[in-house]
Design a protein around this ligand. Structure first.
Ligand SMILES: Nc1ncnc2c1ncn2[C@@H]1O[C@H](COP(=O)(O)OP(=O)(O)OP(=O)(O)O)[C@@H](O)[C@H]1O
Ligand SMILES: [Mg+2]
Length: 237
């Protein structure tokens, strides 16, 4: 059986400079898989290529058995793959609800009301503030909104780029616990994090990316206890 997402020998370049240098990994349905790595390792580039925002130079990406590496981004969303981007990218002048509705643009079925309710159930604070401009939100609230918006397309695979960036430990816990909830509700998750401890603690499988290459992979547990990961990413001597 093939995995839900198969990335094979993926090379992505900006002009002449390769940011991703031939990586191969997969995400099994129902799992949380994380990509960790330092600044500039190629994590965001990888996610943006999977969701169709960048074109690979070579290699292939298969989602649920279908090649998607030449499919435009707006089509990829309709296949059941959503992306919560680095930096959240919410629309500050629009209300919370308008931001959420944007996430449903690809839905052909008229289920927006139910989808909104599901997002509000996941993050009740979004319901309380549904008419408030999103730009007035704190970083953590904006992260919830970005995740809620991505969930509006009812993805089977959710790409999450650094959801814990800039958040307090408490808010980070909340976001990570939401990742668990989403998995338990049947969403498969590819999580990019600089916070290796938090990500590996909940990931079924993890890959370590260094300057565009996968240098290590294993179960979340294996990576958490690996000497290399502990030294390089968990700040231990
Ligand atoms: N639009 C761009 N044009 C040129 N080079 C880019 C562009 N975006 C990223 N890069 C380069 O590609 C490499 C990988 O960047 P990427 O954003 O994928 O890293 P990252 O692992 O997500 O890092 P971070 O943890 O800082 O978000 C870096 O060397 C970066 O400078
Ligand atoms: Mg990044």
């Amino acid at each position: 059986m093939t995995a839900m997402l198969e990335v094979t020998d993926l090379v992505v370049a900006y002009g002449k400079i390769q940011a991703v240098k031939g990586i191969t990994f997969s995400v099994e349905e129902g799992q949380v898989v994380c990509l960790i790595g330092t600044n500039g390792a190629g994590k965001t580039t990888t996610l943006r290529t999977i969701s169709g925002l960048l074109r690979p130079e070579s290699g292939s990406i298969t989602f649920e058995g279908e090649r998607i590496d030449k499919v435009p981004a707006h089509k990829i969303v309709t296949l059941g793959l959503a992306h919560s981007p680095e930096g959240r990218r919410i629309f500050p002048r629009m209300t919370v609800e308008e931001n959420l509705r944007l996430g449903a643009f690809s839905r052909t079925e008229n289920t927006q009301k139910e989808d909104l309710e599901a997002a509000y159930e996941l993050f009740p604070i979004l319901a309380e503030r549904r008419s408030q401009p999103a730009g007035t939100f704190s970083g953590g609230e904006q992260q919830m909104l970005a995740m809620g918006r991505a969930m509006m397309s009812r993805p089977r695979l959710l790409l999450l780029d650094e959801p814990s960036m800039g958040l307090s430990p408490l808010m980070m816990k909340k976001i990570m616990s939401t990742v668990r909830t989403l998995r338990s509700q049947g969403t498969t998750i590819l999580l990019v994090e600089q916070n290796a401890q938090a990500a590996l603690s909940l990931a079924d499988h993890g890959y370590v990316l260094e300057v565009g290459k996968i240098v290590l992979h294993g179960t979340g547990k294996e990576l958490l206890t690996s000497d290399e990961v502990r030294k390089a990413y968990l700040g231990e001597a």
